[in-house]
Design a protein around this ligand. Sequence first.
Ligand SMILES: [Fe+2]
Ligand SMILES: [Fe+2]
Length: 256
Amino acid sequence: MTEATAKTKTKTFSERADELEHAAIAALDPIPQPSAIYVSAERDPTQPMPPPPAKPGQYFLMGHDKRLSKMPDKPTLVDFFKQRFFPATHVLQSARLAKLAGHPEKIVLACLLHDIAIMGFIRCDHGFYAAEMIAPYVDEEISWAIRAHQVLRFFPDPANGYEYPQQYIRLFGEGYRPEPYIYRLYEKMKTHKWYMTARLITVNDIYSFDPNVKPVLEDFTDIIGGNFRQPEEGLGWDDTPASHIWRTINWPTRFL
Ligand SMILES: [Fe+2]
Ligand SMILES: [Fe+2]
């Protein structure tokens, strides 16, 4: 073996090792990192987060999480329904009831959107989050009513066809009373000019739907098109006060 050949072979071996290492690093998927609130109470939130399991050369996820379906570059409300909120049975049934009752389109849309925060984002104060998510794209009356439905659900209004939900007794117990802020808000909301809009969400917000009826989102295409101002840039990318929530639902495990 000549000196030149040996050099070439050594170099080639070293290069191959580098290539393999790079390939191995490249094969390591970026790590999706759940937010503290996902795991709060499952772990002690006053203690440091456990060290990340990253291997050398492995990064944290800063975009799409492979475990979720990839959303279009300019996602619409319908895309979020199909890729993050599916199957949406409860709100579809609720909107169907409102439509059958002959309510205006804004009421039907409010019913269709009233629980999207629970379906795709967070449960606690879900009416407030849902209202924030849609505020830039709907009449203020609709977002106000969706915020209020969370409060009005706790207060019967038999004159308008709404009783305290039996389901709440099953879920929270006979003696459950909402937190004081719910009572404070109720005092303001019950005399508000849009009270009945919110009340109609609660009237159509029932749990005992007909299991044989399966409404689909396409039943509401026209109502969405006529009442939800879909941003050209796509939800999350139009720089409104709601964009950050839509981005978070799209990429829930982005590191920052
Ligand atoms: Fe709700
Ligand atoms: Fe609901």
